[in-house]
Ligand binder design. Structure first.
Ligand code: UD1
Length: 384
């Protein structure tokens, strides 16, 4: 059995790492190991947007590097689509795996579905219900092209049920650890896609990494920050960064919401470009640094008094690390973090978080990767 996995953007490297580890553990128990071919699209290419994650999370060198680089949505998606198709045809995998909602996700999904090779979408079923976001289009299209839809939460499975997916395992509750096609009494085909709730891979990687990160990262001393006495800000979404007025107003909001604390601001390259080209001025409270690696980011987030972000991953990481978060968007896919009180949309932020609700665990148990590999192994080895 052969899997081909396509990654290309920062959060995908993070999500891939526990799957790669779980596959190695599974292979140690099998007489015929699962072959695993990693493909990097090249959507992210700066050291601190790509290689740092491979180094820290000990991810193997990709077997294929498509080196597409930046471009408009159409150009970038088309370049990945064309090159991914060639690689999939060359490797002839039993299944192609894509992660999340980036242009790499969409392109990999289309390439696989059109050959056709069964497509596995990890982080399926998320919806912001805002089709102006490029990510929303990418998710919907990837889900429609998929054969196996692996959701991070029950809410995500409900969205898919609502969109007409019928083959939903265990009504969308978290499947038991070690689930196989047989143990779930399930079946699927490219015309009858299957939906499973496996939990969120980002929880796996956070649980695995936080102690290592605390040991290795010197981010606080390096940046002369005191635990609990600064705010962490990240901003990279097109809707916030491409319109200069919107970016300026988000930065003004961040300055105000931080109420006198310094604002640690690791800047995504696209955000830096808009700030520089538009001459947006940041006052002395902002500590502007290059994008952080995964370990530095976890430690910086854990010790911050509050996080302000438009990143999906950071909203959940803040929730798991018990750091109050304000989301700099009009809506969020991660609604459970808002219901719990730990996350607030910026328009509703009144200066405090209501943390009286009991803590919930909507995104699995940190063992999503184990679930994913045992299910995929049973799903594809029974076919060959
Ligand atoms: C992409 C994803 C977004 C995800 C984010 C994670 C899409 C549509 N968006 O957004 O969902 O949350 O990754 O970080 O796929 N750039 C560099 N160096 C790099 C990468 C990018 O300078 O290594 C600059 C380029 O100017 C590029 C811009 O950043 O044009 C945007 O990069 P791109 O990959 O298109 O989108 P992201 O904003 O990173």
């Amino acid at each position: 059995m052969k899997l081909l996995q396509i990654v290309g953007a920062r959060p995908q490297f993070v999500k891939y790492s526990p799957v790669s580890r779980a596959l190695k553990a599974l292979n140690a128990t099998l007489s015929e190991p699962v072959q695993n071919v990693l493909v990097h699209s090249g959507q992210h290419y700066d050291y601190n947007m790509s290689k740092v994650f491979f180094d820290e999370l000990q991810i193997e060198e990709p077997a294929h590097h498509l080196s597409v680089g930046s471009g408009s949505h159409g150009a970038q998606t088309a370049a990945v689509l064309q090159k991914a198709e060639e690689v999939i045809k060359f490797e002839k995998p039993d299944a192609v795996i894509v992660y999340g909602d980036t242009n790499t996700t969409l392109a990999g999904a289309l390439a696989a579905a059109k050959i056709p090779v069964p497509l596995v979408h990890i982080e399926a079923g998320l919806r912001s219900f805002n089709r102006a976001m490029p990510e929303e289009i990418n998710r919907i299209a990837a889900d429609r092209a998929s054969t196996i839809l692996l959701c991070p939460s029950t809410t995500a499975t409900k969205h898919l049920a609502h969109e007409g997916f019928e083959n939903i395992v265990l009504s969308g509750t978290l499947v038991p650890l070690g689930s196989t096609l047989a143990s779930l009494n399930a079946s699927f085909s490219i015309n009858v896609p299957i939906v499973l709730n496996v939990g969120d891979l980002m929880y796996d990687v956070l649980l695995y990494s936080i102690a290592i990160a605390e040991k290795r990262s010197d981010v606080l001393s390096r940046l002369k920050l005191q635990s609990n006495e600064y705010t962490l800000l990240t901003l990279h979404r097109a809707e916030n960064t491409d319109a200069p007025d919107r970016l300026a107003s988000m930065l003004a909001f961040a300055g105000k919401a931080s109420s006198g604390r310094p604002v640690l601001f690791p800047v995504h390259p696209r955000t830096r470009k808009t700030i520089e080209s538009q001459g947006i001025k940041l006052d002395g409270r902002f500590l502007v640094v290059e994008p952080l690696g995964y370990y530095d980011l976890l430690v910086a987030l854990k010790h911050s008094a509050m996080a302000l972000t438009d990143s999906g991953g950071l909203q959940k990481e803040a929730f798991w690390l018990e750091t109050p978060c304000v989301t700099l968007r009009e809506e969020t896919e991660w609604t459970e973090t808002v219901e719990s009180g730990w996350n607030t949309l910026y328009r509703r932020y009144s200066g405090t978080h209501d943390l009286t609700s009991p803590r919930v665990t909507p995104y699995g148990d940190g063992k999503a990767a184990e679930r994913i590999v045992s299910f995929l192994q049973s799903a594809f080895s029974s076919r060959s």
